[in-house]
Write a protein that binds this ligand. Structure first.
Ligand code: G4P
Length: 529
């Protein structure tokens, strides 16, 4: 254990989390408002481009803004004395395995739901990864200012679709045009919704009125006030209780209702978040001696690599590997053991900002994400640590949904192509699998279309090979758990093995996969391996 008292203090004030949501639910808006309420920006909206999306470069432009540090992987700033690390989980067309892998670096997650849509496809996928890790999740039901679904129905959907209990922390009064505000269930205070000036670009203070006071009755009207009280009573009886231990185990999600765009319900949500979300804690590691052991966050330095990004800046033409610090403290030039290579390396040039400007980091603690510059030294899943004799858990692989064959355009490029593919697959750019039948050529699989595009680009740019990509008609896959021989695969599916020799099944549709599952009750089809 370390003796420097600053280390546990610094770790305790960190909150490292990811925001999971389906595109358009409001992740960007919520992140931006977190910056507004933390005082990092004074006016929200300035950093948005016209389409309302924040490109990474837009965020980068903000780095001069007081005390914010941004990599393409995480953003760090302070909120009420806490050090916030928001991990970037790209959605839309940028969705890729990186998005999933990033979740392995988070200690908690905020799930944003659009009140009119509920649980959508991408939320479900990201949630599954959080669940796999058992990390705690807070839910923010967004866009209450627009017509939405019944809150009880939304909570029931979360429970059914995701298998996690939903516990309302506040309760909406009306919705859409009739949205009046929310009641804080803990204090029974009513916060009345008022459209803020300038479309929510400024912080707004919300008046708190005791629900059981004549003022509340006056503002809401007797009928509405009575209805809210009734709903709250019903929740007391039939709703799920918020239990901190169960929240920390990922069994119950505290649920908040609000509107990110209009700044409604945000401050109570952010405050509850820093209070409830855990600081970096110990992680289970695999010991060389066999077995698993918990390594506490306060132990000497250890980290793992969860993302590698090449050619981020054409002027540098190098590679940035992102490490999540799991224990201890990083200081410049720290010498650590690089487990896979079996040698010591100096963490010489860690970067906080990876864009046009690169700033060196002076210090970082468990929970922080640091970019390491240098080509070829790191792979996804690598363990870097002060002590030896253990490894961080290998990062899971995720079920690809897009498949293709790839080959060099010119046969004389074969050697360069093979070398490039080998490196890029090791880096985790795409997955590779070997079909049981057909040509002895591997297939490649990805969870997002951009992965194929970037693979082709990198083969051309870094290895000077032009390639041809032929898409394959499979839309889903799974790793098979159970006896291989007795598994009855659908006729149009394809059997293959991944690079580690595990059985993979490619399905033409999700429906086929579900049918296969029904027809093989003794088998499991795994989305992660
Ligand atoms: P994302 O990152 O999850 O994809 O979502 P983002 O924050 O970009 O929000 C998607 C759209 O929803 C944006 O509108 C945003 O303004 C809007 N939005 C977010 N939160 C709320 C809310 O609480 N209430 C309402 N009414 N709208 C909300 P857009 O038209 O795509 O962009 P913009 O031009 O309005 O910025």
């Amino acid at each position: 254990m370390t003796t420097d008292p600053r280390i546990p203090r610094e770790i305790a004030r960190r909150r490292t989390f990811a925001i999971i949501s389906h595109p358009d639910a409001g992740k960007t808006t919520l992140t931006e408002k977190l910056l507004l309420y933390s005082g990092v920006v004074q006016t929200a909206g300035l950093v948005k481009n016209r389409k309302g999306k924040l490109a990474t470069s837009d965020w980068m432009g903000m780095e001069q803004a007081r005390g914010i540090s941004i990599t393409s992987s995480a953003m760090q700033f302070q909120y009420r004395g806490h050090v916030i690390n928001v991990l970037d989980t790209p959605g839309h067309e940028d969705f890729s395995e990186d998005t999933f892998r990033t979740l392995t670096a988070a200690d908690s997650a905020i799930m944003v739901l659009d009140a009119s849509k509920g649980v959508e496809a991408q939320t479900r996928k990201l949630f599954e990864v959080c669940r796999l890790r058992g990390i705690p999740i807070l839910t923010f039901v967004n866009k209450l200012d627009l017509p939405g679904r019944d809150p009880l129905e939304l909570m029931a959907e979360v429970e059914e679709a995701l298998g996690i209990e939903s516990s309302a922390m506040n309760w909406p009064v009306g919705s859409g045009r009739d949205f009046r505000g929310v009641v804080d269930r803990r204090t029974r205070e009513l916060m009345l919704f008022e459209k803020t000036a300038a479309g929510g670009s400024q912080k707004s203070d919300v008046e708190r009125i005791p629900l059981d006071s004549p003022i509340a009755e006056e503002r809401l009207g007797a009928e509405e006030a009575a209805r809210v009280r009734e709903e709250l009573e019903l929740l007391e009886v039939a709703g799920n209780e918020m239990d901190v231990d169960r929240f920390l185990k990922g069994e119950v999600t505290p649920t908040f209702f609000g509107s990110a765009l209009t700044n409604f319900g945000l401050e109570p949500f952010f405050n509850a978040f820093v209070e409830l979300a855990p600081s970096p804690s110990g992680r289970m590691v695999d010991e060389d001696a066999g077995g698993e052991v918990m390594r506490e966050a306060s132990e000497p330095f250890s980290a793992f690599i969860f993302k590698i990004q090449a050619n981020m800046d054409p002027r540098h033409r190098d590679c940035v590997s992102f490490m999540r610090i799991c224990s201890g403290r990083y200081t410049p030039d720290l010498q650590v053991n690089h487990r896979r290579l079996g040698k010591k390396v100096r963490l010489a040039r860690p970067q906080s900002i990876v864009a046009k400007e690169r700033h060196s980091i002076e210090e970082a603690f468990a929970g922080d994400v640091v970019g390491l510059v240098g080509k070829g030294l790191y792979q996804i899943g690598d363990t870097l640590s002060d002590a030896v004799g253990f490894a961080h858990k290998p990062l899971p692989q995720f079920q690809p949904e897009l498949f293709a064959r790839i080959a060099p355009l010119t046969t004389s490029d074969r050697k360069k192509f093979d070398k490039g593919m080998k490196n890029l697959i090791t880096e985790g750019a795409v997955q590779q699998m070997w079909p049981d039948v057909g040509p002895k050529e591997p297939l490649i699989g990805a969870v997002g279309a951009l992965q194929f595009e970037s693979l082709q680009y990198r083969l051309k740019d870094e290895y000077a090979v032009e390639t041809r990509l032929t898409a394959l008609p499979y839309a889903s896959s799974a790793w098979l758990a159970g006896d291989e021989d007795s598994f009855k695969a659908p006729t149009n599916s394809l059997l293959a093995r991944d690079d580690r020799g595990r059985r993979v099944i490619l399905f033409v549709s999700d429906l086929d996969k579900r049918i296969a599952l029904q027809q093989n009750p003794d088998h499991e089809l795994l989305n992660f391996a």
